[in-house]
Design a protein around this ligand. Sequence first.
Ligand code: DGJ
Length: 732
Amino acid sequence: MKTTCLFKAITLALLLLTTSVTQAAADKMLRISTDNTDLILHVVSNSRIYQTYFGERLTDPSALSYGSNHREAYQGAGYDDYFEPALGIIHNDGTRCTILTYVSHEQKVIPGGTETIVHLKDEVYPVEVILHYQAYTKENVIKTWSEIVHHEKKPVTLFQFASAMLYFDSNRYFLTQYNGDWGTEGLTNTQELFFGKKIIDSKLGSRSAMYVSPYFELGIGTPVSENEGEMLLGTLGWTGNFRFTFEVDNEGVLRLVPGINPFTSDYELRPGEVFTTPDFIFTRSAQGEGQASRQIHRWARRWQVMDGEGDRFTLLNNWENTYFSFNEPILSNCMHEAKKLGVDLFLLDDGWFGNKHPRNNDHAGLGDWQAMQSKLPHGVPGLVDSARAAGVKFGIWIEPEMVNPKSELYEQHPEWVIQLPNRKTYYYRNQLVLDLCNPQVQDFVFSVPDHLLRENPDIQFFKWDCNSMITNAYSPYLKEKQGNLYIDFTRGLYSVLRRLHDAHPQTHMMLCSGGGGRCDYEALKYFTEFWPSDNTDPVERIYMQWAYSHCFPAKVLCAHVTNWNSQTSVKFRVDVASMCKLGFDISLKRMSEQDQLFCREAIYNFNRLKPLILDGDQYRLVSPLQTDHMAVMYVGNPSPTPTANQDREPSAVVFAYNLSPRYGEAIQPVRLQGLNPLSRYLVREINLMPNQQSRLSCHDKVYSGDHLMKVGLPILSTRRFTSTVLQLTTID
Ligand code: DGJ
């Protein structure tokens, strides 16, 4: 009896103790949540703040307590940690150690979710860091960044400045990266991570993503797959040198340190100046990368991309048609072709400017943004008038951050150019990069599109190109502070883009960098879309669009129909481009009447289906990396009930392609996704050549969503380079 009482008393005491410990910890437990994810931080007895959980949302996080693993939320260098830190500072006295302790935190409601703000400080040096975590509840995306400030007497030098840190606990980790080169963007490579470091980084400055894109996928436990498994999709919003460090430690814990690349960037930070890191944006999924992509797509359209929920223009570009050889009659003809095709806008590319040094090739003229009199006697206003007369909108190419040494700009302002004072200059594409660290240069770069728009308010679109990385790395403006070059250049670019956006908020802009050399979510605050690659071979584009779709919605991926790969039909090329933001860069003279008719019909269909393709949920159905085919579909929100005499809007569209199938290959039906199993859908093949009948057995038949998703549709074949587009309309 006595024993029982004693036992009860001990149990009660333990319970009280546990409760009070949990309570104490809970006082300083920070919970960053979305609908499916929890990231939990704890402040512990040493006043430092640690990650205690990151994974599927918990029903009861109060049971969490701080373990022995050192997973500091924002690790400073030089004290009690032996792996990659987030923050490194050389203080005024020459010491290189920074340890951050918790001061306070707050959590507030923001549109779409919550923001958690954590204030930290060093107890020995006057250094403060603020961590920001914005959690977008429905989209399951978390955006995180840091602010670093100090009040030492003289400037300090930052040698590490990560945006954030995250830790993962698993037996195995698999990293998928997206690398390439000019014309081979979006190559996909997966590797297992073991003890030690794997770094994905860029040192190219302006054309930062030319060799590797600033996003990755991490398979936790197993390699990432489309519809299964725990994984993270992460990306950095930074149009400059970036670095993702993945380090597996002695205990098998993986730490991820994303941020600006500190490569040759020991950053001098003045007292009181705030160093704001770029955003690290991530989404996790327990159902594979398909769900993660849909989450980030929805977030991007809703919260990040310029006019993310607005419309996009279909267009005809003249680059591959004319290159530099054009004049007013040729361009006027292109504008009439644009009208005949049925696209919204004509886009004039490179070669329209320069008089003393005319831009008739890529050796001269960059920097002199006055219309070339010999080609365009009526200037840009004359072109805007011609476009109006032809009945299309007008857009124009610029590359305002760059200069050819053969230009009046270079003759007048050699000090505006990033260039070494004491070495032979190295040229990439015969051009140099302007020194955007310099506010006068920022004013000049801003003035290029601003003047064009003030003179021609009818310009609706810019293609903003960037064909050189930062070479000859020396900023005449920064003088002895060269460590700030790569970072201040990128910030200078943002300052120009912000100004431009504020002055002309309606103008759509395509971000281009000799192909996909720039593709990140910070730039996309100012650009409605980007150019994924100069390689427009539709077969190659299938792989590239597949790769980019992991991080970016179809709406921001420009896809143009050109003459690349003459083995493929115009239908195949148009069907491939119709999966993203459709455009053309081709002369109608090189197309048969049949093909032209087909294009007009396909553009009409694209416009009809834009709400699905550009704004719907994308499902990747058949991978070109695993098969000789590819299929994707886009599903929209249920259409409103049509009124009498009104056709129902389609609720899904499917694109399927046969690449290089093998003879006698057993072809599998394509199982659809994202439909309502209880609804019935009318399946109709569209984008057929004029007078062609569908050969598909499923054409114009009705199926349940259940059937379409479990049994699938026989839409693939062994006919090389062929394609099928289906629209699905819910009938009940
Ligand atoms: C590179 C771009 O990627 C091309 O589309 C074209 O605009 C050229 N620059 C023009 O120089």
